[in-house]
Unconditional design. Structure first.
Length: 123
């Protein structure tokens, strides 16, 4: 990603976070984090990765966000109108990297417990 894309992605991420914070109905009144924004080279398309701590209710959250996509984009347009010529089309995706982190943490705990158990058996 170019420097221009990275700067614009950061700007979009910041403004979307503010929009979600002020309009909790857009995210089904859940605590969400915008983990990453990827912008196309022409700045016309943005992939917005949303992270949710709770495992249940993710489908409902994504449905709610996609339902409110036009309103979110309109509010984003009012925030970036002096900084960008176009407002990118927003595609919201669920970021499941936090699930992977929790899974790996559980695997490491099991390995450590198994090692500890083997050490205790050998002593």
């Amino acid at each position: 990603m170019s420097v221009r894309q990275e700067k614009f992605a950061g700007l979009i991420q910041q403004h979307l976070a503010e929009i979600f914070q002020r309009n909790s109905e857009y995210v089904n009144r859940e605590f969400v984090t915008i983990s990453k924004v990827e912008i196309s080279p022409d700045l016309g398309y943005a992939k917005v990765y949303i992270s949710l701590i709770k495992k249940e209710g993710r489908g409902a959250l994504m449905n709610c966000v996609n339902l409110h996509n036009p309103q979110i984009r309109k509010q984003l347009a009012t925030k970036v109108r002096n900084q960008a010529r176009i407002v990118p089309e927003l595609n919201f995706l669920l970021d499941d990297s936090l699930d992977y982190v929790f899974h790996m943490d559980e695997v490491m705990k099991r390995i450590n417990e198994e090692d500890e158990r083997k050490r205790n058996e050998n002593n």
